[in-house]
Design a protein around this ligand. Structure first.
Ligand SMILES: [Mg+2]
Length: 216
């Protein structure tokens, strides 16, 4: 019988917390205010999962700094109002902790934005380590942030997995030598996720719990 995975690293946005509306509307505001453009939802969130400045460079290399500043101002002002929890995630993190699994969070968000999210939804205490965009030189899909988390936990990739909602998460996990689990409740659909060949795809927190704990 499988005993699941340990350590377990999680992505934050679209995986542990529901920031889909918050992030999409932050992008919409910035692109509208700075570039005067109306883009489709798909284009607005196409690069979510990469660091924010890189996402802004994809909209306009020349005005990325201004987009970044306007995005962050709007995003931080609306986090408390628009961030939401996913059904079953807090219960899942409680169960994993009770089962003695080491948990880490690896996100492309900056440290201050992570703290703002944790102030609105108190899930931060479940994680033995939190790696933000400020903690590594390179970012997902590069494996460096995952390696920083494993080093911080004193663990190797062996037996561990990375859980995320974006293709960049899966690619980073694969390059770090970890098992990869894609969840379909975030920014990306099953087709986009299966295209990068995650080891497992989960549609619900219950299913994810069974996979992580090795429940047959
Ligand atoms: Mg994500």
């Amino acid at each position: 019988m499988s005993r699941g995975f340990d350590p377990i690293l999680f992505d934050l946005d679209g995986t542990v917390v529901d920031t889909v509306v918050l992030i999409r509307e932050s992008h919409r505001h910035a692109v509208r205010a700075v570039l005067g453009q109306e883009l489709s939802d798909e284009r607005l969130v196409a690069n979510v999962g990469k660091p924010l400045l890189e996402q802004m460079q994809a909209f306009s290399p020349e005005r990325a700094d201004e987009l970044y500043r306007v995005y962050r101002e709007w995003n931080h002002a609306h986090t408390a109002e628009l961030i939401a929890s996913y059904d079953g995630i807090t219960e899942l993190l409680t169960r994993l902790t009770a089962a003695g699994r080491q948990l880490g969070l690896v996100t492309s968000k900056s440290r201050d934005a992570v703290e703002l999210a944790f102030a609105s939804l108190p899930v931060g205490n479940y994680f033995d380590i939190v790696v933000s965009a400020d903690d590594s030189e390179r970012h997902k899909p590069d494996p460096e942030p995952l390696r920083v988390a494993l080093d911080g936990l004193g663990r190797t990739a062996n037996g561990g997995c990375y859980v995320g909602d974006s293709p960049f998460d899966i690619q980073a996990g694969q390059r770090a030598g970890m098992a990869t689990i894609a969840v379909t409740w975030g920014f990306f659909g099953r087709t986009d996720l299966e295209a990068v060949r995650p080891d497992i795809v989960c549609d619900t927190a219950t299913e994810l719990g069974q996979v992580l704990l090795g429940v047959p």
